[in-house]
Design a protein around this ligand. Structure first.
Ligand code: HEM
Length: 392
């Protein structure tokens, strides 16, 4: 049965709050065909995790179902095990060589000077003034490249987020392709720059020995830069909005800072940016009574799985000390996020920054959502440090 008319990820109400619809789908049609996206949509935790884990039967690499993957699209993301192993382990070990504490300290320093300056203003947009510069500086420092101009990169990242929805709105492909082209130019500049400490230099120094072709490094650098910037930016907005709407949560962390590590994961589970990710079936698969044919696309709705009551007790509630908390916001299996440690660190520092800010941050107006379905992001988040400008 085609549920495209029921589930329109770009519908305004769904963009504002998709979770009631996810709950309904999970309960009544946990797996269904979506005509517009030409995909099977999976909403249950166990089904989504099974697909992400089972790379033998569900591929990321479209060459495994006979499609062509042009060289400019070949990156860590387009390779499955065992072929992804040299590049993936090269990256993982480079990430392990980075210093999360040092990066966290720099973020904290930057946040404090941002908040001191912004405390002088009546109101400001948290996305432009805080989420974007923090995402850009963490990403540039971690990867070890010159920080691009903020507004320019914001445009590139927005274009790429639109590109991810091309299956729903084909006109978004063109704007996304031009953004990717601009990102590729940045990558060329970075590769021509002098070496800086960070993941890129580490990876480049060891790529030859690890027998990873040069174009994989080039393509993965751009993909990784945007995977980091786009998700830290979006997560920062989602998490801060949750905390603004529920000041008791920040009070609880202030009263017991030991809650911080589990709180970070719980807030990312509760409203993470990546709504879904897809794979292609390599062979005929049966899930419940649904037959998935080879070549069919399977979309795992991570955000729906993250609120599955069969996996999480009281999933609609934010439980700051939730443990275990095996949410899917960083994916699962061989393509799980390589930068999760640093994504968590950035969000943790943001929360610490809010706790240390000279005054309590409050909502100063109605937040607007960006009309992107794959990456759930706030467009504008009006906030203030001055009670007289607060909307609450
Ligand atoms: C809170 C922040 C972050 C979130 C929510 C997040 C989320 C995700 C998710 C859901 C995936 C899996 C996609 C899939 O299975 O198709 C992923 C993959 C990835 N992420 Fe992250 N991410 C974050 C931060 C970062 C950072 C800081 C970096 C790097 C500096 C990064 C780099 C990557 C890369 C390279 C992949 C592709 C891995 C592969 O395909 O093997 N991410 N991320």
């Amino acid at each position: 049965m085609d549920l495209a008319p029921v589930y329109d990820p770009l519908d305004h109400q769904t963009l504002v709050d998709p979770y009631p619809l996810y709950a309904e789908l999970r309960a009544n049609r946990p797996i269904f065909w979506h005509d517009t996206m030409r995909s099977w949509v999976l909403t249950r935790y166990r089904d989504c995790r099974d697909v992400l884990k089972n790379y033998q039967d569900y591929a990321r690499d479209r060459r495994r179902v006979g499609e062509d993957v042009p060289e400019f699209r070949q990156s860590l993301q387009s390779l499955d095990p065992p072929h992804q192993a040299p590049l993936r382990s090269l990256l993982m070990s480079s990430f392990r060589n980075q210093e999360p504490v040092q990066i966290a300290q720099r973020v904290q320093g930057r946040l404090q000077s941002l908040f001191d300056r912004l405390a002088e203003r009546d109101t400001f947009d948290l996305m432009t003034e805080v989420a974007a510069p923090i995402a850009l500086s963490v990403t540039s420092e971690l990867i070890g490249v010159a920080e691009p101009d903020g507004p320019t990169y914001a445009e590139i990242s927005e274009g790429i987020a639109y590109r991810m929805d091309a299956g729903l709105a084909p006109e978004r492909a063109a704007v996304g392709d031009s953004a990717r082209h601009r990102l590729n130019q940045l990558v060329e500049n970075w590769l021509g720059d002098e070496d800086r400490p960070g993941v890129l230099s580490d990876v480049r120094n060891r790529a030859q020995q690890a027998q990873v072709p040069e174009h994989y490094i080039r393509n993965t650098t751009g993909m990784m830069f945007n995977a980091s910037y786009g998700t830290i930016y979006a997560t920062a907005g989602n998490v801060v909005l949750t905390l603004l709407r529920r000041p008791d949560l920040l009070d609880a962390i202030r009263a017991d800072p030991r809650l911080l590590p589990t709180a970070v994961d719980e807030l990312i589970r509760y409203d993470g940016p990546a709504q879904g990710t897809s794979r292609v079936a390599v062979c005929r698969m049966v899930v419940d009574d649904t037959v998935i044919e080879p070549g069919d696309i399977v979309l795992t709705l991570l955000a729906a799985a993250n609120r599955d009551p069969d996996q999480f007790t009281d999933p609609e509630r934010i439980v700051l000390d939730r443990a275990p908390n095996q949410h899917l916001s960083f994916g699962w299996g061989p393509h799980a996020c390589v930068g999760a440690l640093f994504g968590r660190a950035a969000i943790r520092e943001l929360i610490v920054g809010l706790l240390r800010a000279p005054r309590r941050l409050r909502l100063a107006g109605t937040p607007t959502r960006r009309p992107t379905a794959t990456v759930r992001t706030i467009g504008i988040l009006p906030v203030t440090f001055h009670p007289e400008f607060a909307a609450d």
